[in-house]
Design a protein around this ligand. Structure first.
Ligand code: LLP
Length: 419
């Protein structure tokens, strides 16, 4: 459920007409709905209501805008970060340091030290080598790092290969069979307090079965680690719950997910941790675009829009589907190819799709663009960096400005010796 809907024939973001924002800010522009973010956070938490001890850390990578993080921090969510940059954003948004989990496969020494100084809640270690380094840095500076060991459970998440993370051949975590030994060795080091295990098998998961299989394996490993005499007080079950992008798609609800987790973890006696991204932010955002022109194609016309793969990379990267709807539909439909202006064929949002009829100058939105949208934007083809707007009831504000090509050009220089 989201708060983008037609009212009197005009698409609204909560109580604000989308064309009003487009007119004031220009296009392309992302619009986020605070009510939708809040609702998704609450529904997710309600789904976990039966769990006695839990911590939900929003996966910042899915939408790192500081205003988005502030909304979610107000709902009591922590933050799952994967870089120093994301950590600073979470702190700037007011996320309590102890609510921050630092994941990520290549944390640098500088990032680890900054996390220790900030007092973040947990480092999710991706290797024994990383754990040894973290322990050394912490001990040298008088800190004790709270840490969990990320384990690769070798489970197929049955999602797109590029966003699957839990197969043995993927780069994430330590191999399941070696995990207990690594845990024991790290737990014995000064400077580190090993407190749990972490798992995340992939994103946009359509079924609960792979998650359940991974959690069951993690439970077995937890018992093995405890049996060897090492404590486990926290288990981080990652993110990954998918969302529908197309009408008619059915995904597990947070309530179903929570019931499965409660069943599998009933006797674990730990604080359960979660890192949801897309299920919170996905439907809370749209990308507004304007049709530049329409040109004939061989089998269908090309609707050329002013958004491109640099603004919303998911279709080009993962063949992802984003619904495309007119901001002021006239009731007619057309079959079209929707493309951006970038000079490569991958800058294609849809081929041969039946869409609301649109023509030059019309506004439209790509839906479900709140997760992995603006955060993956870049300036390819020397385009501007796309701006972001937050709506709250009848209020709205720019929460990230459009960064113009001239600003980026100004940061470049030609050394005199080049001439
Ligand atoms: N935790 C970890 C360790 C992760 O790697 C991820 C996502 C999450 C949590 C959040 O997963 P979510 O709940 O959002 O599924 N750019 C891709 C998605 C990449 C996901 C990367 N990791 C896309 O646009 O589909």
């Amino acid at each position: 459920m989201d708060h983008f809907e037609l009212r009197n024939g005009v698409l609204h973001a909560e109580d604000v007409p989308v064309p009003a924002i487009a007119q004031a800010v220009g296009t392309p522009v992302y619009i986020y709905s605070r009510a939708t973010l809040t609702r998704h956070a609450r529904v997710f938490l309600e789904g976990l209501a039966a769990l006695p001890k839990k911590h939900v850390a929003f996966a910042v990578k899915s939408n790192p805008n500081v205003a988005v993080l502030r909304v979610l921090a107000r709902e009591g969510l922590g933050a799952d970060v994967v870089s120093g940059g994301e950590m600073e954003r979470a702190l700037a948004a007011g996320v309590a340091p102890e609510g921050i989990v630092f994941s990520g496969v290549g944390k640098t020494a500088a990032e680890m030290l900054r996390g220790l100084e900030a007092g973040i809640g947990q480092f999710n270690l991706e290797s024994e080598e990383e754990g040894v380094e973290l322990a050394q840095i912490a001990a040298a500076h008088g800190f004790t790092a709270r840490a969990a060991l990320r384990v690769n459970p070798d489970v197929d998440a049955e999602t797109h290969g590029k966003i699957s993370t839990g197969k043995a051949e993927n780069k994430f975590g330590v191999p399941f069979d070696r995990a207990a030994g690594i845990y024991g060795r790290l737990a014995a080091l000064p400077g580190i307090e090993m407190r749990g295990l972490a798992v995340h098998i992939g994103s946009q998961l359509a079924k609960l079965d792979p998650l359940e299989a991974a959690f069951v394996r993690m439970g077995e490993l937890m018992r093995e680690v405890r049996a060897q005499g090492d404590a486990i007080t926290h288990m981080d079950l990652g993110g990954g719950v998918g969302v529908p992008y197309k009408a008619g798609e059915v995904f597990p609800s947070p309530a179903e997910y929570g019931a499965m987790v409660a069943r599998v973890t009933a006797d674990w006696d730990v604080t359960l941790m979660f890192e949801p991204g897309r299920v919170i932010s996905g439907n809370a955002g749209v990308l507004v675009t304007q049709v530049v022109r329409v040109k004939p194609g061989v089998s269908a016309p090309f609707v050329i829009v002013d958004a491109a793969m640099n603004d919303l990379a998911r279709p080009a990267l993962y063949d992802a589907w984003h619904d495309f709807i007119a901001a002021e539909p006239n009731g007619a439909t057309m079959v079209a190819n929707i493309v951006g202006p970038i000079c490569e064929t991958s800058d294609t949002f849809a081929m041969g799709r039946t869409i609301d009829a649109v023509g030059p100058g019309d506004l439209a939105v790509f839906r479900t663009a709140g997760a992995y949208g603006a955060t993956m934007a870049n300036t390819y083809n020397s385009r501007a960096l796309v701006p972001e707007v937050m709506v709250d009831g009848d209020k709205w504000a720019i929460v990230a400005e459009r960064i113009q090509p001239a600003t980026i050009l100004a940061a470049e220089q030609v050394p005199d010796w080049l001439d």
